[in-house]
Design a protein. Structure first.
Length: 264
């Protein structure tokens, strides 16, 4: 994590919630081991230290950098009963662990902004939205299209890579929201093929497509937009296509609680 992030996020938190909130940034967030913020063991220890500590009400992923999938097995084995009593919020690669926790029956899982989003243009609004959700469970922070049906949200690639593993969550009857960033259209097509071919995913109530940003140019032109790709695979698989969703790798990313949200 950029060392400037905690100061910026903490200053915003003090301004918005001067008495209701205490933020703690674990030292592991600033470690480095090649691509990762510390090696797998260090990141696992840090996650479990916060998850299993009843003194914390939430575990907020610092950023969504690659690597959560490497921790899934050890994290799941090390969780204590206290870990079920808190809210978990993040997105992107953190979705690997969100899916693992949701599949294990954890009741308060959500896809939404993280501290490092404060570095984006307009990122203060994204972080404020996440804080409103974590502190108040504010309905204004939620994706506006959510209804009484259970929901779940993932980065498309992350969810595709969970399929067929022991960590694939049961999403039957859910409205599934997916988003993507920095992937070629042909890769979106490939992931939608894999996603919608999965027998368990075909049991969802429907699919909504979030923003697919920073798509690299394809040579030759792929010939379909991201929405046309999503509609194509939904039609072939019998999954209801339910339109667009207000989620993505940007400052406008809204919060999507997993399941039927009952508040914090």
């Amino acid at each position: 994590m950029d060392p400037a992030v905690p100061d910026a996020v903490s200053a915003l938190a003090r301004r918005l919630y001067p008495e209701e909130l205490e933020l703690c940034f674990h030292p592991q967030c600033f470690e480095a081991a090649g691509h990762f913020a510390g090696d797998d063991a260090a990141r696992t220890r840090a996650f479990l230290a916060i998850a299993n500590d009843p003194g914390f009400d939430a575990l907020w992923f610092g950023r969504g950098g690659y690597g959560s999938c490497r921790l899934a097995e050890a994290v799941l084995a090390g969780l204590s009963p206290a870990a079920r009593d808190k809210t978990y919020l993040g997105y992107s690669d953190a979705g690997s662990l969100l899916g693992v926790l949701y599949g294990a029956g954890f009741p308060r899982i959500a896809h939404g902004p993280m501290p490092s989003d404060i570095k984006r243009a307009g990122g203060e609004a994204a972080v404020a939205r996440a804080l409103a959700f974590l502190v108040e469970g504010a309905p204004s922070a939620l994706e506006a299209g959510l209804d009484e049906r259970p929901a779940a949200a993932f980065n498309l690639t992350i969810l595709a890579h969970l399929l067929g593993t022991p960590f694939q969550p049961d999403l039957a009857g859910h409205v599934l929201l997916v988003e993507e960033v920095s992937e070629y259209l042909y890769r979106l097509d490939r992931d939608f093929c894999q996603l919608t071919s999965n027998a368990h995913i075909r049991k969802v109530a429907g699919l909504r497509l979030g923003r697919c940003s920073d798509i690299p140019p394809n040579d030759p032109e792929f010939g379909q937009t991201e929405e046309e790709i999503a509609r194509h695979w939904c039609r072939r698989s019998g999954i209801a296509y339910l339109g667009r969703a207000d989620i993505g790798h940007d400052a406008d990313n809204k919060v999507v609680p997993f399941g039927r949200w009952r508040g914090i």
